[in-house]
Every structure is written in structure tokens, then in C-alpha cells.
Design a protein around this ligand. Structure first.
Ligand code: FAD
Length: 322
């Protein structure tokens, strides 16, 4: 009998987050021949999201629709996913290591009386074992973990395990499961979002991050322009957030977001260890700093020594030409 794998999809603003598709690819790395069962929770029409999971490699999808799942609450989603897991009895469960994933998966693990490997950035097969690679000590080292017994339950960091290519010719069942979602003590009355434009920082492939060297809110404008021409998002150091040049939602680092884009451009950021904790696993790091001794250059793949206010407009011009 092939292994059964439950992939918990995550919906944001009516669309599945990319990490849901990456989780399907991760599931296939664990058991290439396993049956992948996607789960999508929410309120309203979810079947098109189910179809999308199938296009990205799920074999079938179970949707759980309920008015109490309109917004994420750990109580509601826990009940919904538990109902699916109890029925499916999978050998593997996987979800994205997002804010929702970080909240939901420990609760599920506790209910299932099982362990959880969180924040895996890679999955390797060695000595007939599935090894989960995860960063430790703020990204300065990696450990490999193996599950020796029971359920394999893990989360993956967004942007590390590539999703499979979308194949719209794939088909599979999308079925709705009726679940009684009751006794919700948390009632979300309203969701007020900060106005944010463009690409989601934690899933961006390109990030242009500004530090205290950017000097003002006004100074961030060219960074937004560069991010836009590169199809990326703007991030920041805590130095820049503390100085009120930008919002704390942009903070990257130990006490901010952890990101792993393909390209990270650090602009006027010194490279404090707490900042590196959030971005040092980026695939290509470019640092722009007027101080040739700045620590950020130690981890940068490409360094530009100079004044950011001269360099950023030149970069924008060159990217526009390309
Ligand atoms: P600075 O260290 O002041 O660096 C500014 C840089 O800009 C300098 O290198 C300078 O040479 C350069 N510069 C100035 N002008 C120009 C110019 N015109 N052109 C080019 N370069 C220029 N920090 C984080 O970022 N994220 C975190 O999550 C985080 N968590 C923390 C948690 C704790 C418990 C503590 C104690 C600290 C934390 N910090 C965090 C703060 C961290 O220690 C640093 O203070 C912060 O990262 C510094 O920000 P910065 O690099 O923007 O500023």
C-alpha cells in the first residue's frame, strides 16, 4: 500500500499561497509514489483551489467549507484539519512554515500526540532515511533530523523547495467534507490590513532591503522603484524600522521575518548578526554600502562600495534597459 500524505494548503486573499504547492513537492520528496491528499479550508467556493492543488501534483483534494472558517482561527482550522486527518489516517502531514503554519501545526501535533519537525529548508534521502534539513543558531548552522517512528509531520520554509511545474492536464477528485466546527471561543469580527502593495515579502523572489543608511522615509522611495522594476518586494533592517523610515511589517531578521529569496539586495545595512539571521540563506546576496569594512560584505556574493543614493538610480536605469 502506498503511503498517504496530507498537504495542508493555505489560502490568503482567496488564493492558495505558493508554499502550499511547494509543500506538495516536499511531500513527493518524502514518498515519490505516495498518494498526496490536499486539504483546503475556508468559506465559500473552494473547488477551484482544490483543482489548482491537483495541477501542482496533489492526487485528490478535500475541501472543508464552513462559515467558522471564513478567517483563520487555530480552533476552527484545528477541528477542520483534524477531521480530515482522522478519516484519512496519513503517514505524513506537511504544511508551510508561515504564520498560520507556525500556529496551527504545533496544536495539531499535540492533538495527534506526535512530534513535529518545523522549518525544513530541504529534504534529503540518505542511508534509506528521509532527512529533514533545518537551520539552527539563527541560520549559522544546519541540522538534519530523522523521524524514526510514527507519523512524519513537518513544515517547510517558503521559497526553499521548488514547487512542481503546473500541469493543467492533471485531474483528481475534489470533494467537500462536512465538518461541524463548533465551540469557537475566538471570534474574528474584522480583519484590517495594512495597505501593502505588490509582492508578499515572505514569498518574494527578489527583496530590496533598506537599512539606517537609507536615512529617511523619502530615501526608501528609490528602493521601492528598484523592487518594482525587479518584480520584488521591499524589506528593512530593524535599524530602519526603529528610525521610523518604514513599517515594522517590513523588518527582516531574528525578531522580524525570515526570508530566502533568489536575490537579496541589502542597501545601507551594516550586517548585524540579528539581521543576518533573517536573510543569510538567500540564494544571491548583493550588498551596497559606503563602508568597505561593513560586515554585510562578509556574506555578500556581490558587493558594491559606494553611496546608495548614487548606485540605486543607476541600477534602476540598467534594469529598465535590460
Ligand atoms: P546600522 O548598523 O546603523 O548600519 C547602517 C549602514 O548604512 C552602515 O553600514 C553604513 O556604512 C551604511 N550607510 C550609511 N549611509 C550610506 C550611504 N549613503 N550609502 C551606502 N551605505 C550607507 N536588526 C534587524 O535588522 N533585524 C532584527 O530582527 C533584529 N533583531 C534584534 C533583536 C535583538 C534582541 C537585538 C538586540 C537587536 C536586533 N536587531 C535586529 C538590531 C541589530 O542589532 C542592528 O542594530 C540593526 O540591524 C542595524 O540596522 P542597520 O544595519 O540598518 O543600521
Amino acid at each position: 500500500m502506498s503511503e498517504k500524505i496530507v498537504v495542508i494548503g493555505e489560502v490568503k486573499d482567496g488564493v492558495l499561497r505558493n508554499v502550499s504547492f511547494e509543500a506538495i513537492a516536499a511531500a513527493k520528496k518524502v514518498h515519490a509514489d505516495g498518494e498526496v491528499v490536499g486539504v483546503v479550508c475556508g468559506n465559500g467556493e473552494l473547488s477551484s483551489l482544490g483543482e489548482e492543488m491537483i495541477h501542482y501534483g496533489a492526487d485528490r483534494v478535500i475541501t472543508v467549507t464552513h462559515e467558522n472558517l471564513q478567517n483563520y482561527t487555530s480552533e476552527g482550522y484545528c477541528q477542520a484539519v483534524m477531521a480530515v486527518v482522522e478519516e484519512e489516517a496519513p503517514q505524513v502531514i506537511v504544511m508551510g512554515h508561515t504564520s498560520v503554519g507556525k500556529d496551527l501545526t504545533p496544536k495539531l501535533a499535540s492533538k495527534l500526540n506526535t512530534g513535529l519537525i518545523s522549518d525544513a529548508v530541504d529534504i534529503e534521502i540518505a542511508d534509506d532515511q528521509v532527512q529533514f534539513v533545518r537551520p539552527i543558531y539563527s541560520g549559522k548552522a544546519f541540522e538534519k533530523k530523522v523521524i524514526t517512528d510514527g507519523l512524519t509531520f513537518f513544515t517547510i520554509r517558503p521559497n526553499n523547495i521548488a514547487a512542481l511545474d503546473k500541469d493543467t492536464s492533471r485531474s483528481g477528485d475534489v470533494t467537500d467534507k462536512a465538518v461541524e466546527i463548533a465551540d469557537i471561543r475566538t471570534v474574528i469580527k474584522d480583519v484590517i490590513r495594512k495597505a501593502s502593495e505588490g509582492v508578499d515579502l515572505s514569498e518574494a523572489n527578489v527583496i530590496v532591503a533598506g537599512g539606517r543608511g537609507v536615512k529617511s522615509e523619502e530615501g526608501f522611495k528609490p528602493l521601492y522603484e528598484l523592487a518594482e522594476v525587479l518584480g520584488g518586494a521591499v524589506g528593512a533592517s530593524r535599524g530602519a524600522c526603529d528610525a521610523e523610515y518604514c513599517d515594522y511589517s517590513l523588518q527582516i531578521g531574528q525578531t522580524g521575518k525570515v526570508v530566502t529569496p533568489d536575490l537579496y539586495i541589502a542597501v545601507g545595512i551594516s550586517g548585524a548578526i540579528q539581521h543576518l539571521a533573517g536573510m543569510s540563506n538567500s540564494k544571491v546576496i548583493v550588498a551596497i554600502n559606503k563602508d568597505p569594512e561593513a560586515t554585510i560584505f562578509n556574506i555578500a556574493d556581490y558587493g558594491i562600495v559606494g553611496d546608495l543614493f548614487d548606485i540605486i538610480p543607476l541600477l534602476i536605469e540598467e534594469v529598465k534597459k535590460a
